[in-house]
Design a protein around this ligand. Sequence first.
Ligand code: FAD
Ligand code: SF4
Length: 526
Amino acid sequence: MRKLLYIHQDQLNLNCFPEELSSVDAVIMAESVADASILPFHKKKLVLEWSARRHFASELEKDGYDVILSQTEKTSAGFLREYLESHRDASIVIMEPAEWTPRMEMMKLADAFGERIRIIPNTFFLADAGSWTDTVRNGYRMEFFYREIRRQTGYLMDDGKPEGGEWNYDDRNRKSLPDDENVPESPSFTPDKITQEVMADVNRLFPDHFGSTEGFAYAVTRKDALQVFRNFLDVRLENFGPYQDAMADGEPFLFHSLISPYLNIGLLTAREVCEAAIEAYDASKKQKTDSGKKGGGSDGNDEGDDSKTLPLNSVEGFLRQIIGWREYIRIYYEAMMPDVREANHFSYGEELPDLYWSADTDMNCLSQATQSVLDHGYAHHIQRLMILSNFSNLTGSDPRRLLDWFWFAFVDAHEWVVLPNVLGMSTFADGGVLASKPYVAGGNYINKMSNHCKSCRYNVKARTGESACPFNYLYWNFVDREHDKLKQNPRIGFMIRTWDKKGEEEKQNIREQSEVFLAELKRYNS
Ligand code: FAD
Ligand code: SF4
């Protein structure tokens, strides 16, 4: 029997497969047009994934592997079925795909082909999902999960206690960006011959998909993805923590790591990036101590030493995103699928506003975020949460439509990560299993964390009236609309009490202005 190893589209890293598999007769992969057509995925997302796969295949060939990479009109599972039917001497090892639908399809294949298919567990994550799913389904919060993973891995632990004495330094991580802060350029890569061919294929096969291939500059090999991460360690990590929640005109990337697209297709692994960040932190501490000793003698005076220790709040903040949020999100997905796909706590049914496709809006914060998604298939976390999702919640858009949009418009989106973030975190569609309150805010928050309001046609200080920032009245309109559901939530009691205390005239103005705005949005949509 000829033994093949199937590598799914998000598993492009042979180091994550058991060693025995390096002795397979061939590696098999599919370039599936059907998988790429389930939603109108951003053309840059498809270029990234297809080019990374073709590069990966060519590297495997250089290493002596026999590689089968075929383009197919079928789904990946359909392609494997066809292959098994026409190659009676073949058996295939499949690592469980992280996403539900292909995983179920692979299970069906295993049922149909018996011993010719062997399914092995997915090893691309750090935490053992099976031991956590019940706990997470019952509302166990990320913070406690994160502490447990810190204990298990020993990351940033000092004799059983968290490094620096605290688990969390978020109170140092909420700064807005000063005007004179220089933001480093983000790494970019000129498309090589393989990527150019993929760009042509994507344009030919998916002309109506979201965005454009033009300006494609993502890394498509492990070597280049490592370079993106190295750049983060060298020039961004120091400021990552403090400006994690900041937003600024014309600065879509700020000090973010930009590694999610690579982690999510396997070019980088969670373990290696966490360990490298801790190593960089330890090295910076050591360098500081050593130069202190050299320069200052026994009193440790470090006069003349301009080396800086990487701030713990940045390093811990980064680690929390990966071993905390990313791992937790994946377990939530395992725990809640497939029923959660229908979650819609507030029963919202509106279309997602047109501006999510065109970036055509006078609301500067929304224009900045949607333009970045169109251009790069990227917006950073706070834009995703407090601008894009916030506006969708306030306008009563169906969270499942928002989910689809996030899924096809972002280069790093895969169902296991985008669904929990949208239906669990940002829209509260699951009714509070993942998050303790809905993420909604008025213009005040956006103004505090960004410079967007300075050049916006709306006035962030005005609550109602022609020039008033729509986030302001829409926010209170949301509180009014969901009054009964929100009343039961202790974390937002303050919001309800503030609304209740407002005079009847103000309440009426808010309701009327919101109604006009929402009707106009609907008219524009149709
Ligand atoms: P950084 O800000 O540098 O963070 C470092 C890493 O932490 C990220 O690369 C990512 O791997 C991880 N991380 C941080 N927060 C989360 C989180 N909530 N869930 C999972 N991983 C996290 N992330 C995706 O990878 N794919 C998605 O499709 C996705 N959709 C999102 C949708 C919404 C509505 C929200 C609120 C968040 C979403 N996120 C998603 C999480 C987060 O916004 C992105 O991981 C992050 O913005 C990616 O940019 P970065 O690599 O520069 O991240
Ligand atoms: Fe956004 Fe309102 Fe600020 Fe304009 S004024 S940028 S709409 S928050």
